[in-house]
Each structure stands twice: as C-alpha cells, then as structure tokens.
Design a protein around this ligand. Structure first.
Ligand code: DGJ
Length: 733
C-alpha cells in the first residue's frame, strides 16, 4: 500500500491511509503550505488552494518568481513558518546569526520517501516493528544565505490515525548559528470555530480537563520547570464546539518529551489557527556549529472524527504498542504492595517483613520498598545521592528483604530517585559541583534537595555506577524512578557561557541516555516512572517505562478526576493506582474499601497501606479484589477504554473496558455524593457489539444494542456517599 505520494504537477504531497489524509503544498516553488488534515480523501483537486488575496499590512516576500501583492506569508496556511519575511504570527523556527539577525527564510529544496520510520538520535519516539507499517516523508527546506538545512519528517502509519513529526536542523554553513527556537511541529488550520482542551494541574491534582473556545491571540501551555510537570501536561486537543466523547472532530497533539515544552495556539486576524509544539524556547539557546545538527523531539498529531474517545483510543494503542518498549509492554502487570503510605520513613526489616507476609497471604504479587532504604535517610532531608543500603534499618540488608520476598513467591521492587542529591549526603560533600547551581547565587531547595547536573556525563556515570552495584548483586524485579523537585538555578559548572542555554535540554538528553542504558540492559525489570506522583507523566518517559505513578493523591474520589483526565491521552496500562488507608492521607476523606478497589483496579492495581492492620472482613474484601483483578486484568489493563460519564460534569463517573472481539466488558459506575430520594439513574454502555447477547453480573441477559441504547438502572439504589458498582458483561452464545 502506498501511503505517500507527490504530485509533480500540482506540487502536492499526500499522506494517506484508509482513514486519514494529510496534504502539504509547495507555494510559489518555495514555501511549504498546509492544505489539509482530516478524514481520508482519495484524490485531491485543489479545493484548499489558498486564494490570491491582497491583504493590507501583509507584506509580500522578495525573491519568489513573479512577486505579487496578493501573496503574503502573513496570510497563507503554513507547515513550518520562519521569522522575518512578513509572517507576523509566531514562528516555528528562530535562528540567531553572527550579524545579530534572527531572520531566516527556509524554502523548499527536495524530498525523500522512506519505508518505515527512522529512529531519532538520542530521543524517544514511536517506532515500527516492520517497515511495512509506515512510510516517512522527509522534506528538506534550505536557508541558502546561512547554509542551513531543515529536514521535516512526517510518518504515516498504514493503520493508525496519526502523523508523527519531527524537525532536524543541519548547519552546512561555515559559521555557527544559535537556535533560539525549533518547534517539532507547526500546522495552520483554516478559519473555523474550535475549542481547546488541555490538562492543567498541580501536585496531587494532576491533569484536570479544561475546555475553552479558541479566540484571537496566542495561548501558550508550557513548562519552564525542567520537566513536563504536574502543572502543564504536554497535550492539547482542538475540537469542534459540538464534539463530545463519541462524536465530532478532535485533533490531539502531544510531544514525546520530558523537559520544558511549549504548546502554542494562535488564532490570527483572519481566524485561522496556528498550532505548534516543541521544546520551550524560554531559557533555550543551542549553538549549532558548522557541520553539526540538532534533532527536535517527536510530536504526535492524531485525528478523530469519533469524538474525544476516538482520539484517546488512537493515542492509547499507539503509546502502548509503538512507543513503550520492553518485555512488559503488553504483559500482564503484577498487583503490588508499596510500603510508602504504610510506613513512610519509619520502618525496619521486621516491619517490612510483616507487610510482605500479609501481602503474600492476600495473593499480592510484588512488594515495593519505597523511599528510605539507603544512606542516612530517616527523613526527607538527607541521604539522596548515597545509594547504599542502610543496614541499621534493614539488618540483613536489601538482599535479606529480597530473599524474604522471593521466598514468598513474590517479586521484589525498589525505589530510587537518581536525579537528586541532599546537601546532607556523602555525594554532595564530595562533589558539591555535581548539583545544578549558578555561580554567585544561592541554591534554592525544594523538599530540601538539589537536582544533579545530568547534562554532565560524569555525574550520570556516578549514579549509574551506584545503581549498578545494587542491580548487579540483588535480585530486583521492579524499579520506581522518582523525581521530587523541579529545576532551579539551571547552570552547569563545566559548560561555557555560550552553552548555558543548552542545559535544560542537555539534562533531558543525559537522562534519556541513562534511561536507555539501564532499561535495555536490565530489561527483566519492570520500570515505573514517578515524579511526586504524576509530575512526569509524558510520552517521552513512557518510551522507557511502560507505567507511571499517576498521582500522590490516592483518595479514590480525587482519583476519579485524575485518572479520567489522564486517560484523555495515556493508556490505562500506564497508570499506577493503589488502594490506600482511610482517612486518606491527602484529603482526610473516608471512603469504603469497595470504591477504593474499583478505582484502583481501573488502573495498574496495587495497595499502599498497612494490610496487617486490616480486620478479617477487610482482608476478605482484599482477597476478592485481588482474585477479581487476576481474572480480569488483561481486559482491565489492555482492553479498549471508553469514558461514559465525566466526574468534571456531574456527581457521576463511569467507564467501561471492552476486549477486542467485544465478547467481554467490565463497566464501572461511581457516585460521589448521596442523593436523597434521588432520581433513578441510568448507565448506558459503549463499545459492545449491538448484535451480540450479553449476560450482566452472571444474571440477566440483554442485547448489546439494549445495553448501549437503553442502558440499565443503577438499582438497587446506592446508599451513602462514595459508592461504586461493577458490571461484568460476558457474551452468551
Ligand atoms: C513521591 C512519590 O510519588 C511517592 O509515591 C513516594 O515514592 C515518595 N516520593 C517518596 O519520597
């Protein structure tokens, strides 16, 4: 199947599979224009050719054949706009030159079509397993004055509704230039009413859904924190005003990157919308020497005409199967018990063993020893940087705990926070310069810790060495990679003044290099990302670690919002979710064990509380939850996920997991607050086969069409606040 064609006469590239088309034109033999992204069309007949219009105050570029007043870069829809020749909108690329100018003019030079999808040097990206899965168009633009080549890559998969893009800048000139901005993707959409969906948040309240009309002017969603952050997830969606979960157009955009990002949306004077995503130009400068090149991160653009849920499902499948890697990519994930909320720093070997005993009795499969097992770490003010077991706490060391856990037929997991150092640590005492710091200025602390300068190879090597010493001697099956502060005073003591603007990005590149090395070498380990909960829940990290701790907020009710919001982009197989104690440690709310279980098993299920303190009745509930999850986890971790009712819109939340052949499904309904003499609520399911017959909860029989169109009453009534109900739906033949 040919996925990419070039029409020589019309000078048009057409990327197309059975469901989407992406059209790029070359205007005036020079400028790359965006023509269309949407539902597949067979043949293009110039319907989107930008009309020749003379607009006042929109300049006409020089040097093109037949210079005319009715062509301006300020008005046409572009693919990768430069700065300085009359487009007054936000540029996608800005390059500072030795003469002080930042003006560039990238014009079309050539193209190449490649089977498959090339890897990105040093950066995480989606991939193919077979070259037949995708084709990649590489369009080369040149700035002749500067000798710069800008190579834009567009990958289209044969059976996914996504375009993966990146940009590579090559300096073939004789003098260095400074990249001030290089977006991974820019696309201009014609005038239309659009709304913007984004996922802002904060620590313990990640990824809330915001939706608002796009109006004229520029809106930026970005992180300057050094990581993708709790505050601004690198994701946006543009939707038609009437788009809902299952109908209407949604265009989703994410960046496969874990550092400072910028998602920019600009509606211009003619109501056209420019969208771009890339490394945040704030605090960024990259000196590009002669013969050097700079690779942007990958951006993923998804099209759905089946609403927001359609967009999410395309992202879920892509991130799960062609971004995440390793043997756990699609393997059933173990049920874990983590000791953090059970003990915090207050534990010794006996306490840990008693948690392990109870977990083993209840059928839990993986014990994770969280923060506090190393160095001098009795509280969060010391020890980071010294990854040596603390034998005062663990009398037989880590090996003693690992052996104990393994004897119980459980796996053993360990927590690390490799990127950090406390002032009170041997590492900092010996190498204070290893921490990021700006000469002559104070060093801000956050949770009493500093950030190690991972842009430096020797710093990474020291931490890698310490980690290896543990990984090579102790049987570790799982690692939680945490990061509990953001970057300040960003300056590297070994980089020259001209290179300090590179440090934010070099930090991320260094981190990726280390993650690549460790996760591929220790590929028997299940790696879980974390950053104070869900502070680095991004597609970049998912390339190395197939799951991530979704939030430090373990309250079941708050988790409804957090998991619902996270599911807009990220697959359920990536979301760690644990049952914790009540009153909850973040909200002080009391909820029942059933709803806590139902919310947590709507993710990668685990527990994080003192199981040994539970009553026998509670233990029986846990036994049932564990047994239920083991039977159904394939469906719950990898089934198609449909959101049914939004916690952001009402008192009710609901979602359903459906397997590939629609023979099995599990629906969950949650109600936050009791409704006195309340209405008889109805839940309608989605994703079932209308012509199949199903049995619900081993009881009544319904047609798939009935379950989706008529639905079921939530009856018997739920009693009290914070209630949930499960619907196990099985096909009967
Ligand atoms: C933040 C994480 O999100 C928690 O789960 C826990 O691991 C703590 N850090 C430990 O310091």
């Amino acid at each position: 199947m040919t996925l990419i064609t070039f029409d020589e006469n019309k000078q048009i590239f057409h990327l197309s599979n059975a469901s989407i088309s992406y059209l790029i034109g070359i205007e005036k033999e020079a400028y790359l224009s965006h023509l269309y992204f949407g539902k597949a069309i067979k043949t293009y007949h110039d319907g989107r050719k930008y009309p020749a219009i003379n607009r006042s105050f929109s300049p006409n570029p020089d040097g093109i054949p037949l210079k005319t007043r009715d062509f301006s870069l300020d008005t046409i829809l572009q693919e990768m706009p430069s700065y300085g020749h009359g487009d007054f909108r936000n540029p996608a690329v800005q390059i500072k030159q030795v003469n002080g100018s930042s003006i560039t003019e990238f014009v079309y030079d050539s193209y190449e079509i490649i089977f498959g999808k090339p890897e990105l040097d040093g950066l995480p990206a989606t991939y193919v397993e077979d070259k037949k899965e995708a084709e990649t168009l590489v369009i080369t633009l040149v700035d002749k004055l500067l000798g710069l080549k800008l190579k834009l890559s567009y990958t289209i998969y044969a059976n996914r509704d996504v375009i993966a893009r990146n940009a590579l800048l090559e300096n073939n000139g004789v003098v260095p230039v400074v990249i001030e901005k290089l977006a991974s993707l820019s696309v201009d959409l014609p005038a239309q009413d659009l709304e913007l969906i984004s996922l802002p948040g904060r620590h313990i309240k990640e990824r809330e859904i915001e939706r608002q009309p796009i109006q004229r002017g520029t809106r930026i969603i970005d992180s300057k924190r050094g990581t993708s952050s709790h505050q601004a997830n690198p994701f946006i969606a543009l939707v038609a005003p009437k788009t809902d979960e299952l109908t209407g157009i949604a265009i989703g955009l994410t960046l496969v990157y874990s550092g400072n990002h910028e998602m920019l949306i600009e509606q211009d004077q003619f109501s056209q919308t420019r969208v771009m995503a890339g490394i945040n130009p704030f605090g960024f400068e990259w000196e590009l020497g002669s013969n050097a090149c700079f690779q942007s991160p990958e951006a993923l653009l998804v099209y759905s005409d089946q609403g927001i849920n359609g967009m999410s499902q395309t992202f879920h499948d892509l991130l799960q199967t062609r971004l995440a890697r390793g043997r756990y990519r699609q393997a059933e994930r173990p049920i874990l018990i983590n000791n953090w909320e059970a003990t915090y720093f207050d534990f010794d070997a006996d306490k840990i063993k008693s948690i392990v005993d109870s977990a083993a009795d209840l059928g839990i499969e993986l014990f994770v020893l969280d923060d506090g097992w190393f160095g001098k770490r009795d509280e969060d003010t010391s020890g980071l940087g010294d990854w040596i077991e603390n034998t005062e706490k663990l009398k037989d060391g880590l090996q003693g705990i690992a052996d104990y856990v393994h004897q119980k037929n459980m796996s053993f997991g360990l927590w690390f926070e490799p990127e950090m150092v406390n002032a009170d640590s041997d590492l900092f005492r010996e190498h204070p310069d290893y921490a990021l710091q700006t000469p002559g200025r104070g060093m801000s602390t956050s949770r009493d810790q500093y950030v190690l300068d991972f842009s430096r190879q020797e710093v990474r090597a020291e931490i890698t060495k310490q980690m290896r010493a543990i990984l090579d001697t102790i049987d570790i099956d799982y690692i939680k990679w945490d990061m509990n502060r953001h970057l300040t005073e960003v300056h590297s003591s070994t980089a020259g003044a001209a290179h300090q603007g590179e440090i934010f990005h070099r930090y991320v590149l260094g981190l990726y290099e280390m993650l690549e090395e460790l996760t591929t070498e220790y590929d028997h380990i299940l790696w879980e990302g974390c950053s104070g909960g869900g502070g680095r829940f991004d597609a970049g990290f998912l390339h190395y670690m197939p799951q991530s701790w979704t939030s430090d907020n373990t309250d079941a009710i708050e988790r409804l919002d957090i998991q619902y919001g996270t599911s807009l982009l990220y697959p359920i197989s990536s979301m760690g979710a644990h049952v914790s104690a009540v009153p909850n440690h973040q909200t002080y709310r009391e909820t029942g064990l059933e709803i806590r279980g139902d919310v947590a098993m709507s993710g990668i299920f685990g527990y994080e509380l003192n199981l040994q303190d539970m009553s026998q009745t509670e233990k029986t509930v846990v036994l049932e939850q564990v047994a239920f999850y083991k039977i159904h986890r394939k469906l719950l971790q990898y089934g198609k996920f449909y959101r049914l009712l939004s916690p952001f819109e009402s008192n009710q939340t609901a979602w359903i997991f459906v397997n590939d052949d629609q023979s099995q499904a599990i629906g969950f309904y949650f109600r936050k607050y009791a409704e006195s003499a309340g209405p008889l609520r109805v839940i309608k399911f989605t994703g079932l086969a209308p012509d199949k017959t199903y049995q619900v909860n081993d009881d009544a029989i319904y047609g798939g069409d009935e379950l989706m169109s008529i639905g079921l009453y939530i009856y018997p009534f739920l009693e009290g606040d914070y209630q949930s109900r499960k619907f196990v739906i099985n096909e009967v033949k």
